[in-house]
Design a protein around this ligand. Sequence first.
Ligand SMILES: C[S@@+](CC[C@H](N)C(=O)[O-])C[C@H]1O[C@@H](n2cnc3c(N)ncnc32)[C@H](O)[C@@H]1O
Length: 227
Amino acid sequence: MNTNNFQYQWALETTTIYGMTPEEKAKRYYHNLEIDTLENKHLLVVGYGKGIELPLLKNEGAIITAIDCNKRDIEGIDTLQFDVIQFKPEQQFDYVYAYGVLHHTPDPKAYFMHLADLVKPGGKIFVWMYNRQRNTFLRKFNIFNWKPKNIMWVAKIQAVVTWPFHFIAHLLFNNKKRNLPSLVLRYYDSLCCENQYVYPASFIKKWFEQREMECKIDGEGYLGTKP
Ligand SMILES: C[S@@+](CC[C@H](N)C(=O)[O-])C[C@H]1O[C@@H](n2cnc3c(N)ncnc32)[C@H](O)[C@@H]1O
């Protein structure tokens, strides 16, 4: 599994990640999981990356277990280094949250099934995956095998070249406004990992059905509640 390159990217933005502040990122958990409170809820954050939002979630009462195959220490948070399919805890979790992770694993369906088994009855799982192939042309050169700093250069050049188009799309079509560092991160993301799987929603729905969960889809991803 080639996922080591991810750890290189977190130094790029200091106070935000993908252009989001910790507060904005934390809010997504409430939005995506459709919940009112995290108070005393066991939350498993899979592939937490930079994890800038986790201290805020902890302050709101969540009991957090954060896993990444590239561990990064975050003060006050239980962080574990695992390829998540190897993570076999005794307990189950109220919420399992995997944002932008499954498409980078070697077998997204098997990883999803594993995560679904870690949800308590009545608990919820939220996953977001790429909905289209990204950077297909450059990926032909197996850039993920390059040194991370060189992959980063490619991402930086892409970001500088394409930023004006993003800006125009923001003005004309109200597309999300992107700053340069967050664009670099996105390009880096799509280049740095060997795996980049994309499945249609109908396919992913079936994964949920196999775990007897109804799957709710919105632009942000897939949400299931365990019976
Ligand atoms: C694109 S980043 C997403 C980070 C974070 N979820 C966010 O939204 O900011 C993907 C993260 O998943 C981690 N990851 C990839 N495959 C993994 C695996 N098999 N087990 C655990 N973590 C994994 C990577 O190390 C990386 O930190």
